[in-house]
Design a protein around this ligand. Structure first.
Ligand SMILES: [Zn+2]
Length: 75
């Protein structure tokens, strides 16, 4: 027999999986050359961190708006 708690746990898991899928589908892998050392690097939605020289692109330069703290609570 399935308890009420098990049903709630399954619903929570399904909702988390749905939210994760929606998040992942909004992510795009992008490529550029590091502005400091020229190494070709991959990023997500135009945001980069270079593993060769540790250059990091400015947070405001991405192709999409970053989620806010309110988005975390809404999910
Ligand atoms: Zn670099």
């Amino acid at each position: 027999m399935t308890s009420q708690q098990e049903i709630q746990d399954r619903e929570a898991t399904a909702m988390a999986a749905e939210a994760a899928a929606a998040f992942l589908s909004s992510q795009e892998i992008t490529t550029t050359n590091c502005r400091r050392c020229g190494t070709q690097i991959d990023g997500i939605n135009g945001r980069y961190a270079c593993s060769a020289c540790e250059w990091v692109s400015d947070w405001a330069e991405g192709h999409t708006a970053l989620p806010t703290a309110a988005d975390d609570h809404a999910a």
